[in-house]
Design a protein around this ligand. Structure first.
Ligand code: MLT
Length: 432
């Protein structure tokens, strides 16, 4: 962690100088005009948040510190074909591709921190199993705040320019501990409460997979792909935005991320991924293992005719097939070539966009990440629909926490946009 501090200190100094210039030299430069419809449509298309780790280009998709998913797979230290999660964390945090030694260093650091305080472990084990897994995750994360280093040092009047250091410390704790929380939720709610101990000599993905109860190298490899590709998706999605806003009130990372997780549990944020799998399984039941294209077209048209959507197609930002979807498709082709559900996802990808275009339903009718992720989980035997969003919550902890570290490093202020009444807005519009 001392090495990480040294690297970050230099990078933060450069960025701070740029933020200072943005504030004082270019403060009055207009970058875009706000249209009424953008306000009415949930701030759509308004760039309002400065962010460090990741960019999302509508015509390219996600780039982690400038690198596509494929470039990450090629350049980051890995075990087989998927990079270690630890190497992705290093990249997002510092902007540098870590060496194998640095990856190992972070692996050891996270392993040291992966155990839960007794009160969190006890609280989770006592939770009634019909409490939704996302509520359990949010409460588990929140309970870790009892030992927040940030809170302790903030209360002892630490300098503002130092905030990022305890924020980093707490963030590494949260990232290290969240797989343990998630695995207890799974074992407690769905596997008769028999839990598996943490295994600090394994890497992040393997340790998580083992705690969930899998003894399967391929599943660990899937977890590496899933967690790496879902760990961040730019600052504006609900979970990232929420944790950023709550963090701007100088809440510790546990309160901030717990708040974000409650947003993630919304039916039109990631809870919707369950619907993609349900839709596909219903299709599968109807058309069987080796369907004709015509049978799929007919099923899709019937859905649309009856006023339903095809879940997993279309994205708020992307105008292309989501690269996270493509990476999972490629993974499934290589690792599970005979899996009927995965093959059905691939066949739908060739057919559904044209059906949607014909119906004029979605402007950019391409699959997003959700159209594949949960199918892969299902194929690896993880078949609890309510639990899927928890895995996403584990993955996204990485991006949200790292953004919070940078928020504090760049000394971003309390976020407090203006509100406007409908009457005032009507008045402004009618006078134009
Ligand atoms: C995500 O990964 O957060 C989703 O694709 C939603 C989004 O980016 O808006």
């Amino acid at each position: 962690i001392a090495e990480l501090h040294g690297i970050l200190e230099n990078k933060i100094a450069t960025r701070l100088e740029q933020v200072h210039r943005l504030k004082y030299k270019y403060g009055s430069v207009k970058i875009e005009e706000i249209k009424v419809e953008q306000i009415v449509k949930g701030m759509k298309g308004m760039a309002t948040q400065l962010t460090e780790s990741l960019s999302l280009d509508p015509d390219f998709g996600v780039r982690f510190r400038g690198l596509s998913i494929e470039e990450c797979q090629e350049k980051l230290p890995k075990k087989r074909t998927q990079p270690y999660i630890e190497s992705m964390i290093w990249l997002l945090l510092t902007g540098d591709i870590p060496t194998p030694t640095q990856t190992d260093l972070l692996k050891k650091e996270l392993a040291l921190r992966c155990f839960l305080p007794k009160y969190t472990e006890d609280m989770l084990k006592k939770m009634i199993e019909h409490f939704h897994p996302m509520n359990q995750l949010s409460m588990g994360v929140l309970s870790l705040g009892y030992h927040s280093n940030f809170d302790k040092l903030y209360n002892s009047h630490m300098k503002k320019s130092e905030y990022w250091k305890p924020m980093l410390d707490d963030s590494l704790d949260l990232i290290a501990k969240i797989p343990r929380i998630a695995s207890i939720i799974y074992r407690n709610s769905y596997r008769n409460g028999v839990t598996h101990d943490s295994n600090p000599s394994a890497d992040y993905a393997e340790n998580f997979g083992k705690m969930l109860g899998w003894d399967d190298e391929d599943f660990y490899e899937f977890l590496r792909l899933y967690i790496n590709s879902h760990c961040d998706h730019e600052a504006g999605n609900v979970i990232a935005h929420t944790s950023h806003v709550v963090g701007s009130a100088l809440c510790n990372v546990f309160k901030s991320y717990s708040a974000g997780l409650n947003g993630l549990a919304g039916p039109i944020h990631r809870l919707s991924s369950q619907e993609c799998l349900r839709w596909l399984i219903n299709l599968w039941k109807k058309v069987g293992d080796y369907p004709t294209d015509e049978a799929i077209v007919e099923y899709a048209k019937n859905c649309l005719d009856s006023g339903k959507n095809i879940p997993g197609y279309g994205h708020e930002i992307l105008r292309i097939p989501d690269p996270r979807f493509i990476a999972q498709l490629k993974f499934a082709n290589e690792m599970l070539p005979d899996d009927p559900l995965c093959n059905l996802v691939g066949q739908c990808f060739k057919i559904i966009p044209d059906v949607l275009k014909e119906f004029g339903k979605v402007k950019y009718p391409y699959p997003n990440a959700e159209a594949h992720s949960e199918v892969l989980m299902y194929s690896y035997g993880l078949r609890i629909y309510d639990y899927y969003t928890v895995l996403f919550g584990v993955a996204r902890a990485i991006g949200c926490c790292i953004n919070l570290v940078w928020d504090r490093a760049l000394m971003f202020p309390l976020e407090r946009p203006d509100g406007i009444t409908i009457d005032s807005m009507m008045k402004i519009c009618s006078e134009k």
